[in-house]
Design a protein around this ligand. Structure first.
Ligand code: SAM
Length: 231
């Protein structure tokens, strides 16, 4: 199977349809382009460990897309540690109206993502090379985002700590997580990590299953209820 072939597109469309999500032919073509660019660039730069076309469709694109109905679509969204653009690029393709910023510490990944944004003509999308720790002190980014998403970057408490300075009051922290027990989700640990339990609404967890593989996944969501000191 080739990325962008009719079979590959059918995986995306059917996988999404199983979860009640409709993708237009244009959106599917954009995802095929992103997938092809990822595969091409991966030959020179190490952008992702997932290289097989079917795995790219299921473990990158469908995994990014299926939880989308739970993720707020209003206000600026920041993808911390986006790597090859997951979940940020597929979310952006589905949500042309929502401003999306892709953040990664790696220069080569951000060069790749700038290329993808330009080639796909994605409106109100940006790729920024920085560490999240540094971005939290930047006046352009501090307190700006309504949603922070992140997948496979750090443990829950670390993501909360990195996200708080970047979020506006009422904003959301959204983590894509794999299966298994999760002691990191202990509210006491979050309290210790952030220095304040009162800023955060209780953790909500949505479970979903990847089509075709049956792999279990969870989306962990926390809402920030109180403005950060000094914002
Ligand atoms: C395992 S990859 C995950 C990439 C992508 N989110 C995915 O799920 O395919 C982790 C990425 O996070 C980036 N990263 C790790 N810590 C970071 C930080 N503090 N600030 C910005 N990027 C970070 C790394 O450069 C790497 O590209």
């Amino acid at each position: 199977m080739r990325i962008g072939s009719p079979e590959w597109i059918a995986l995306l469309v059917e996988g999404c349809a199983q979860h009640g999500i409709a993708i237009t032919p244009r959106q599917a073509a954009n995802m095929a382009d992103h997938g092809r660019f990822l595969s091409d660039w991966n030959r020179k730069f190490n952008l992702t460990a997932i290289t097989e076309p079917r795995q790219i469709a299921v473990k990158h694109f469908l995994d990014a897309l299926l939880p989308a109905p739970w993720i707020p679509c209003q206000g600026p969204l920041l993808d911390i540690g986006t790597g090859g653009g997951f979940p940020g690029i597929p979310l952006k393709i589905m949500r042309p109206e929502q401003p999306v910023t892709l953040l990664d510490a790696s220069r080569k990944k951000i060069s790749f993502l700038k290329y993808v944004i330009r080639a796909l003509g994605l409106p109100s999308a940006d790729a920024v090379q920085a560490r999240a720790e540094a971005l939290g002190n930047h006046p352009e980014h501090r307190g700006r985002y309504h949603v922070v998403v992140t997948r496979a970057v750090a443990d829950f408490a670390t993501v909360v700590r990195l996200s708080l300075p970047l979020l506006a009051p009422g904003g959301w922290i959204v983590l894509y997580k794999g299966p298994g027990e999760n002691p990191e989700l202990d509210p006491d640990l979050v309290k210790i990590a952030t220095g304040s339990g009162s800023r955060l609404n209780p953790v909500a967890v949505h479970a979903y299953t990847l089509p075709f593989t049956g792999d279990p996944r969870r989306l962990v969501m926390v809402q920030v209820t109180q403005q950060l000191d000094g914002n």
